[in-house]
Design a protein. Sequence first.
Length: 212
Amino acid sequence: MKPFSQWTVEEIEQEFGLQADRNYKLLQDWIMVSPSLSDDETIRLRQLSQKLLTYVHDWNEEELKVYFIAFLLDLVDFYQPLYRPFLERELSVEYAEGKKLWGKIDFLVASGKQSPKEPFFFLHEYKKQADTSNDPLGQLLAEMVAAQAVNTNAYPIYGAYIIGRHWYFVLLNEKIYAESLAYDATKDEIIEIVTILRHTKTLIDLLLQVTK
């Protein structure tokens, strides 16, 4: 079968029987959380927001990662005792006879020290606006479905994809997936983005407690 980079939402829905539910309660529980940032963190995020506003049309994908996304992820700090972030790691799984999902993951949070074991959260970075030949949601869902196949526990998989200034949060639970509306990182919504990412750590911690 095709690598992650070639899947569309329609193909993922048909192949794996997924259904969309934008009002899915688990999504709302994830993203509807009150900010608790310090004054210094808020000032820094607003500086980053203005930097993105200035350069978002000029940066390529690597520049977007290095000059913006990396600072947000460092502020969130996914390095924890039982899980950590990984960059550019391969994931491959045979989900049916003669059928395989595979590809390289931009960013994922998973258990494991030197190599990822059980994935919890995916971040798919994409600079250009989506078109008919590039479907970042489809690519992200392909990665999340692969995570479902390799994980020993059937807990929800969390993810997000980025198109320039816009962040979309996506949750997959069994056969239901839910996608948030766009969060614009050039506005004060950057505070909500970081708040959701930090809340993701809280949810991962809870999942790990349940599955001990």
